[in-house]
Structures are given as C-alpha cells and as structure tokens.
Design a protein around this ligand. Structure first.
Ligand SMILES: C[S@@+](CC[C@H](N)C(=O)[O-])C[C@H]1O[C@@H](n2cnc3c(N)ncnc32)[C@H](O)[C@@H]1O
Length: 285
C-alpha cells in the first residue's frame, strides 16, 4: 500500500502562508472575507452548484450534518434547509469573525433551518467519533496545508455507513478569453502556485478520499462560467494582479495591461471566465 506521506499534496505557499483563509482572524480586515464569501455564495450559479453538491453528498431530511470550514455559513444554511426540523446541522470554523457573521445570518429574522456554529479546527474536530451522518468541506481543503489530517478527522466523526463529501476548485482549470496567453499564465498560474496549499485540489479529491479509507467514492465536475466582469470576479482577478506584481511575476505595467484587456472584453460583451469545481463523496466503512 502507498504510504499516505507519498500521496499527500505538496504544501506550497513557499513565500510564507500568504493565503488569508488559513488565518482569517489575523488579517487586517477579517470582515472583508465575510463579504467575499457571502458575495460569492449569492451568485445564482453558486447556489445551483451547492444544491448539486448537497445532492451528491446525499444530504436529506432528518440527517446530522457537519460543515467543516463553514465560514459565514453559506453551505451550512442550505444543508439546514435540507435536513429540516428533525435534522441537525453544525458548522465549524477556526475564524471568530466568520462565525459571528454565520450566527447573525442564521439568527433572528432568518426563516430557514437553524444550524449551530462552533469554533474549531478541522484537524482536531471538537466532536465525538461517529457523531454525523454526513460530513462536508466546501472550498476548504485547498487552503489547508495539513488537509490529510482534516480528512482523517472528517472520517472519524462520520458514522460507519455515513458519507464524507468534499468540494474544491481546481485552479489548473481557470480559463480566461484574453489575447495574451503568456501573460495570462504568468499571472493566473503564478498566483495559484504561490497562494494555495494545493491549487489543483479539485482533481485530487476522489483519489484522496479513497486513500483516506472511504469506499464507493464517486466524483463530479461542476463547471462555473462567468460572462459578467463585476463584483466577485473583478475583485478576484484584481487581487491576482496585485499579488503577481508584489511577487514580481509581472511588472505593474503588465498587470495594468492585462486588467485593461479584461475591461475591453467586458465592454464588448465578450468577457469569459470559467473555473471547474470538483466534488467527491465516499462512504465510511
Ligand atoms: C474559502 S472559505 C470557504 C467557506 C465556506 N465553506 C464556503 O464555501 O463559503 C475557507 C474556510 O476554511 C476555513 N479554514 C481555514 N483553515 C481551516 C482549518 N484548519 N480547519 C477548518 N477550517 C479552516 C477558513 O476559516 C474559511 O472559513
């Protein structure tokens, strides 16, 4: 059998833990990340993606569900709506700032199911073994250097016969229709390699669930296409240029030129960006 150490994703981010999602509360403005997550979550294609993923995970009425790395609770709220009054959904996250927003968003005035939120790290989940029917982690593992430990913990707290379901982007699939391909690769791939613990996480998930010991692993691709250059997409691409310039992957002039080419495409109605998310689900023996 292949030792886990040989199959674990390489830990990148060699320039020093630049990914703010590893420690949201230590950032200068943690509230900004709550806004980013809620803005992303409010996009119609993201809402459809979540529903498809929760169906893949088999989340349904009466279940006990854990959402690891729940952030502001975007996925947790959808899971709570599915399990209904007889079920129970818990969101866990290390960030106090994100949990505060999560609690507010599902508190008074919210008419969906009522998830509960707890502070905790995915690598040491504060729950007894076999406590949940389904355990989820959505766009979390790609950010976490010790993600194998998180998967092991997800397995531990899932009951035998229950399911572990994970979803991540795969930044090797970020496609943009811009004329300068070389510059695009330097910005997009250069950013991904330095920023995420595992930028290609999406494609690794099915394999990693199997290696973690889950059975009957199934996977599914979700292709997200953005034709509007606004809000979340604009700030996502702007941040890539900022960092690519700071890391000297491109000059400030090249960064500006690249952003102008996106503006031009948007002005013509030709903006096109696509990113694959991959989900995988397996059954705990
Ligand atoms: C990109 S956000 C995704 C949030 C949420 N799942 C969603 O889809 O909106 C990544 C989340 O992982 C959390 N996170 C980072 N390190 C973690 C760890 N070691 N264990 C659990 N969660 C972690 C962050 O605080 C953040 O909320």
């Amino acid at each position: 059998m292949t030792p886990r150490s040989e199959t674990a994703p390489r830990t990148r981010g060699g320039r020093g833990a630049v990914d703010p999602y590893r420690a949201v509360d230590r950032q200068a403005d943690p509230a900004r990340f709550a806004v980013i997550l809620e803005t992303r979550g409010s996009q119609p294609h993201q809402a459809r993606l979540r529903q498809s993923f929760l169906s893949l995970a088999g989340v349904g009425p009466g279940m006990r569900v854990l959402d690891v790395g729940c952030g502001t609770g975007v996925v947790t709220r959808d899971a709570a709506a599915r399990v209904g009054a007889r079920g129970r959904v818990v969101g866990v996250d290390p960030s106090r700032a994100l949990l505060q927003v999560a609690r507010r968003r599902s508190g008074a005035g919210y008419d969906g199911g009522r998830p509960v939120f707890r502070r905790g790290d995915g690598s040491a989940l504060p729950f007894a073994s076999a406590s949940f029917d389904v355990t989820l982690a959505v766009t979390v593992l790609l950010h976490v250097p010790a993600s194998e430990r998180v998967l092991d913990e997800m397995l531990r707290v899932t009951r035998p016969g229950g399911r572990v379901a994970v979803l991540d982007q795969d930044f090797g699939t970020l496609a943009l229709d811009v004329p300068d391909r070389v510059l695009t690769r330097r910005i997009v791939d250069g950013h991904a390699e330095r920023f995420y613990a595992e930028p290609w996480s999406g494609r690794t998930l099915a394999r990693r669930l199997r290696l973690a010991g889950l059975g009957r692993v199934r996977s599914r691709a979700f292709v997200v296409v953005d034709r509007a250059y606004d809000g979340y997409v604009r700030s996502m691409l702007g941040r890539r240029v900022e960092l690519a310039v700071a890391w000297r992957l491109v000059t400030a002039a090249e960064g500006r030129r690249w952003l102008e080419s996106l503006e031009d495409a948007a002005a013509r109605g030709d903006f096109f960006m696509s990113l694959n998310y991959y989900g995988a689900v397996g059954v705990r023996p």
